[in-house]
Design a protein around this ligand. Structure first.
Ligand SMILES: [Mg+2]
Length: 184
């Protein structure tokens, strides 16, 4: 735990209107960045895991022990091996930032920065602001990888490529979001 705390001290803070985050490496205007969601994109719910009756906090608590989605991890590593950068963008609340970094490190997920939503707006809106931020820090955003169709819709409104992982379709059918194009 002390090692994690010391590591966090070395990270640079990022703040936007709708998100907060930490940066592990300096912005790189010559590199392409790819943006990965966390829950149900990098994490993989056990087959027998039952969401019924869980609050979001219950779910986030349980997800500390979820395994990594191996294919997504390998894809992220392949992109890094090609010289691209990785940003992690999640609707998890700011107080979960430390445990997100802990989970990413535990599973060997490479990343340059991690962004968490402040939760004031739907994630499909906040994630657009995160993508716009990444466009400022890097040459361009290559692709967003996400399980939320609303986050995918938001990326497309920004003209950014997106890959929809269909790992959580029933949840999103039951939790629709109103999406509009964010202009900064
Ligand atoms: Mg997700």
């Amino acid at each position: 735990m002390r090692a994690i705390y010391l590591l966090l001290m070395l990270l640079e803070k990022i703040a936007g209107e709708r998100y907060v985050g930490l940066r592990r490496t300096a912005p790189c205007p010559d590199s392409i960045v790819h943006v990965f969601d966390v829950d149900d994109t990098l994490t993989c719910k056990p087959i027998d895991f039952d969401n019924t009756g869980l609050t979001k906090d219950d779910f986030f608590d349980a997800s500390r022990e979820f395994p990594v989605q191996q294919a997504v991890l390998e894809l992220a590593q392949m992109l890094v091996d090609d010289g691209d950068r990785i940003a992690i963008a999640t609707a998890r609340p700011p107080e979960r930032l430390t445990e997100t970094i802990d989970w990413l490190d535990k599973h060997g997920v490479p990343f340059d920065q991690v962004l968490h939503s402040k939760g004031h707006e739907p994630s499909g809106v906040v994630k657009q602001e995160m993508l716009l931020r990444c466009q400022e820090d890097y040459q361009m955003v290559g692709t967003l990888f996400d399980d939320s169709p609303y986050n995918i819709e938001g990326a497309k409104l920004q003209g950014i490529n997106a890959v929809h992982l269909r790992t959580n379709e029933e949840y999103w059918r039951n939790h629709p979001e109103y999406i509009y194009r964010v202009i900064l």
